[in-house]
Design a protein around this ligand. Structure first.
Ligand code: PRX
Length: 649
């Protein structure tokens, strides 16, 4: 196979898809992309109706889109079942006995589910949920490891119209309580524990703790995974294996309104309280289906592997729903990329002949550090397409991924999107788009993404501004659960009727969009969003802390690291012990990923005369060790000297 060729463009070397890749790709030239993109923007109804017609609908829609900004209704009037589309739809073809999920546990144990077997398990658990009283519209909180039962539970909820809300297994008891009470969940699905680097982490015990503060849960379903000793509360807790064994494998999927809620997923924002992002059924289904089909160019022969966790949107759209809608075979892995060492992923790519591999830049940077010998020891020749998600990828990591993992022959799709967008929004199409390391390139079909200045004018090329989306798209969020005002204020008010993304970006001479990063007080740590306000409020909840400020600093592997500054209450003793306690306190309250990497106890913070903390200066300080920015508005400029001394000392 030939390698992809380098072409000199106006700015930097661009990588063109190889003729071999283009020859079989669904979209094989920029002309074809431009033509379809035009149609998707000029006649979205026609375009999306065509896409939707690949899927099955129990009753047809009366209109493709009803748009009354910011409220969208896609495929209004239609009746549809998401799980039927992921499973039943494939049972009348040769996909019936094809592997849907090739699962591998941390210790190497393997489980395979064909589409038919997965269908049976989903029907069983759907019946078990129904038998225990779950009804359409009920909120079911999932706190699960990366085991097949997580996907089965999501699909079973979808099948009966219950609304799942998956909470990442690394989140704390407090986070579970917040989410349970925000969405008023009445059911929980969890497991006794989950494995992480060979260690059993308690999940059920965390749920038990959470349920002491929230009394609305009627039943808790527990999968046995780690055989950890747990308490089962009579009348509330039931074993997954007991209730599924007793349940029928037959279940007819009912049709739900296209706008029936599918799931709520919490994500950090610029205030202390995470937002419950609401997605509904028909439009999200079409969006995840189409992006997998065109961007991952999924085919029946592919073995696809997305290394995300189901606790994040990537795991929802590109493990659970999109791949199954496309009838592809996928690998699902339980654990850490470095267990037992950093060759785990490459061994699995070889073992399963993975052809499409989707991971995060932070993982790639960790692999670079671990050395080329590890991937070089495995046969990675089955790979034909690589993807990244979650944060801007630095050119060094992109080039390494391309050469060492992709053997110089695989296109890389750098996919930009968000929890709120539901599906990929800006990305190369692998058989068509010339790619450059560091840019997500061009908008996907139907995505009218532009970069605006403060006055709402489109920025000239090579000038940064705010990324916004001007037209509705099928998989867009339908709201923040229970808070329509926050939905309007957060996303739709800066430029009336346009969706404000929250990222800064600019376009180059070739119309490629370069994402610069968040414009709000949200950090991106290892591809995960963390609100600075959320961590600050965790810190001030500690009895020793009077005030706190959180900023991000560049980090070689994680992209950004969390740095905290705290002012103690009058009578508190500063010392290393307290620093460690405060770091731990944040991990306990939110989850380990929010634990500050550095925490400084300081006497004062840089504030304006009106009392606002000047985070800009703290950011510069932690990134460079000094402050050169304008400090004239500071109430007390001496504070900066003290902070510089503190950081150096
Ligand atoms: O800042 C952007 C960054 O991640 C944010 C969305 O985070 P979340 O909702 O947690 O979803 C992550 C997985 C889809 C965006 O606002 N981001 C995501 N993908 C990219 C990215 N930044 C640059 N390039 C990307 N490919």
């Amino acid at each position: 196979m030939s390698t992809s060729t380098e072409q000199q463009s106006t700015e930097a070397a661009a990588f063109l898809p190889s003729p071999e890749f283009a020859a079989t790709a669904r979209i094989s030239s920029m002309e074809q992309y431009e033509e379809m993109y035009r149609e998707s923007i000029d006649s979205p109804d026609t375009f999306w109706a065509k896409e939707a017609n690949d899927l099955s609908w129990q009753e047809p829609w009366s209109s493709v889109l009803e748009w009354n900004a910011p409220d969208a209704k896609w495929f209004s009037g239609a009746k549809v079942n998401m799980a039927e589309n992921c499973l039943d739809r494939h049972l009348t073809s040769s996909r019936k006995n094809k592997a849907a999920i090739l699962w591998e546990g941390e210790f190497g144990e393997k489980r395979t589910f064909t589409y038919q077997q997965l269908h049976r398990e989903v029907c069983r658990f759907s019946n078990a949920l129904l038998n225990e009283g779950v009804q359409a519209g009920d909120r079911v909180l999932l706190y699960m490891p990366m085991i097949p039962e997580a996907v089965i539970a999501m699909l079973a909820c979808a099948r009966i119209g219950a609304v799942h809300s998956v909470v990442f297994g690394g989140f704390s008891v407090e986070s579970i309580v917040d989410r349970l009470s925000d969405c008023q969940a009445t059911y929980v699905v969890t497991s006794d524990g989950s494995y992480r680097r060979g260690k059993a982490i308690p999940l059920k015990a965390n749920v038990d703790e959470a349920l002491k503060s929230y009394s609305g849960v009627k039943k808790c379903f527990v999968v046995q995974r780690t055989n950890t000793d747990i308490e089962m509360i009579d009348g509330r807790d039931v074993w997954w294996h007991d209730v599924t064994e007793a349940a029928s494998v037959h279940h007819t999927a009912p049709g739900f309104d296209s706008e029936h809620p599918l799931f709520i997923l919490y994500t950090s924002g610029s205030t202390g309280k995470p937002k419950g992002v609401l997605h509904t059924t028909g439009g999200y289904m079409v969006g995840t289906y189409s992006t997998c089909k065109y961007i991952f160019d999924m085919n029946d022969e592919d073995v696809y592997w997305c290394t995300a966790d189901v606790g994040w949107i990537t795991g929802h759209s590109y493990i659970c729903y999109g791949p199954l809608l496309n009838g592809v075979t996928q690998v699902m892995y339980e654990g850490a990329p470095n267990y037992p060492d950093f060759s785990r992923f490459w061994k699995m790519v070889e073992d399963y002949s993975v052809s499409i591999f989707y991971t995060a830049p932070t993982a790639i940077r960790a692999f670079i550090k671990a050395g080329d010998d590890l991937p070089n020891a495995y046969d990675l020749s089955s790979l034909r397409l690589l993807g990244t998600v979650g944060e801007p990828i630095n050119p060094e990591a992109w080039l390494w991924y391309h050469k060492v993992i992709g053997g110089g022959k695989c296109p890389i799709v750098d996919t930009w999107w968000q929890t709120e967008t539901g599906a990929i929004m800006i990305s190369p199409l692998p058989g068509a788009t010339p790619t450059k390391p560091g840019t997500a390139t061009r908008p996907f079909f139907g995505v009218d993404a532009v970069i605006l200045d403060e006055n709402g004018n489109e920025c000239p090329l090579n000038t940064s501004g705010k990324l916004v989306v001007r037209k509705p798209w099928p998989s867009m969020l339908r709201g923040i659960y229970g808070d329509p005002q926050r939905f309007k204020d957060t996303y739709w008010s800066e430029y009336e009727g346009y969706y404000s993304v929250g990222d800064g970006a600019q376009k180059d001479d070739d119309k490629n969009t370069w994402i610069i990063g968040r414009l709000d007080d949200v950090l991106n740590v290892s591809g995960h969003r963390l609100g600075t306000a959320e961590i600050e409020s965790a810190l001030v909840a500690h009895s020793a802390v009077a005030e706190a400020a959180i900023v991000g600093r560049p980090h070689e592997i994680k992209g950004q690291a969390v740095v905290g500054f705290v002012i103690l209450k009058g009578d508190q003793e500063a010392g290393d012990e307290l620093v460690q306690e405060l770091r731990k306190h944040v991990a306990n309250l939110i989850g380990a990923l929010a634990r500050p990497d550095d925490l400084y106890i300081v006497a004062a913070l840089p504030k304006t005369r009106s009392g606002k903390i000047m985070r800009r200066l703290l950011k510069e300080l932690v990134a460079t060790g000094k402050v050169t920015g304008n400090t004239t508005t500071l109430e007390d400029p001496k504070v900066i000297d003290d902070l510089v001394a503190k950081l150096q000392g």
